[in-house]
Write a protein that binds this ligand. Structure first.
Ligand SMILES: NC(=O)c1ccc[n+]([C@@H]2O[C@H](COP(=O)([O-])OP(=O)(O)OC[C@H]3O[C@@H](n4cnc5c(N)ncnc54)[C@H](O)[C@@H]3O)[C@@H](O)[C@H]2O)c1
Length: 261
């Protein structure tokens, strides 16, 4: 038995935002293999179509919706369409990663309007989405929500990893990701006695063609692996959604091969 087969999420209806992304698409593939019904949403039509077509070849319970999830009205539309299709949503995984044009600019140079856009879209939308999905869970009498934070929300960046590269880890990302951990705890406690769980996964860096110099320095601060694969993260997410994790609530599950040690 593989570890993935152990997680019992068969026939669960799972909504994944940012489903065409690195983490979202990995969760979608793994959840589909385990027999879940999926609502996949993203604003990248080409990538969303690709993953939906790939999964629909084996799983008839895939519903995909191309939508720019950047407003309350877009969230309302997503919920309306999802419920029209499946009548219920057992779990939601909030994986979208909207970035302003200036996201990643240096501390000295970033512009005010980009800062506000990133705070609003990365943290504000996570709160608005949480409110809507929790209201639905409340009506159903159960539900699970997973947010994605980061090692940068737990600990300050290891700035030396970025020396002599064009890469950075911006201050607003740390603020947003700490905020995601905080809202996870808030939501879990606020919904006490409602059969609703809210957890958060904090991934380490995922390998995605970063330059070798960076990957090497990054590896030195890890234990066995270094940069991770999307599958390392999606397996942890699916564990948290499974009945086996029923006692885990309001938790920040760090998956980082020891980077934060
Ligand atoms: N990749 C990493 O190394 C890493 C590490 C730690 C944490 N994380 C976190 O994991 C989460 C997912 O990251 P990822 O690496 O999968 O990102 P990604 O960029 O690969 O995927 C994000 C997806 O969100 C979609 N998206 C962005 N804005 C949207 C919007 N307004 N409406 C609809 N869809 C939208 C994009 O089209 C994309 O497909 C983020 O919260 C990120 O901070 C990532």
């Amino acid at each position: 038995m593989t570890s993935a087969n152990y997680y019992n999420i068969k026939d669960k209806t799972i909504l994944i935002t940012g489903a065409a992304g690195l983490i979202g698409s990995s969760v979608a593939k793994e959840a589909s293999d385990l027999g879940a019904k999926l609502i996949l949403t993203d604003f990248n039509k080409d990538k969303l179509d690709k993953i939906s077509e790939e999964l629909s070849a084996k799983n008839k319970e895939i519903y995909s919706l191309e939508i720019n999830l950047s407003s309350q009205s877009a969230i309302e539309l997503l919920m309306k369409r999802s419920l029209a299709k499946f009548k219920k949503i057992d779990s939601a995984i909030y994986c979208q990663y909207p970035k302003s044009k200036g996201f990643g600019d240096s501390f000295e140079d970033f512009e005010e309007h980009n800062l506000y856009q990133d705070l609003n879209l990365q943290l504000g939308m996570a709160i608005l989405f949480s409110r809507k999905i929790m209201m639905q869970f409340d009506i159903q009498g159960y539900g699970d929500l997973i947010h994605i934070s980061s090692i940068q929300g737990v600990q300050s960046p290891k700035f030396r990893h970025y020396e002599n590269t064009t890469m950075s880890s911006p201050i607003e990302y740390s603020a947003i990701k700490s905020g995601i951990i905080s809202i996870t705890k808030w939501l879990a406690k606020y919904h006490k006695n409602k059969n609703i769980r809210v957890n958060c996964v904090s991934p380490g860096g995922i390998e995605n063609n970063q330059i070798e110099k960076f990957q090497k320095k990054y590896r030195e601060d890890c234990t066995n692996i270094g940069m991770l694969s999307p599958r390392d993260i999606s397996s942890a997410i699916l564990f948290l959604l499974s009945p086996e994790a029923k006692a885990i609530n309001g938790h920040n599950f760090i998956v980082d091969d020891g980077w934060t040690l």
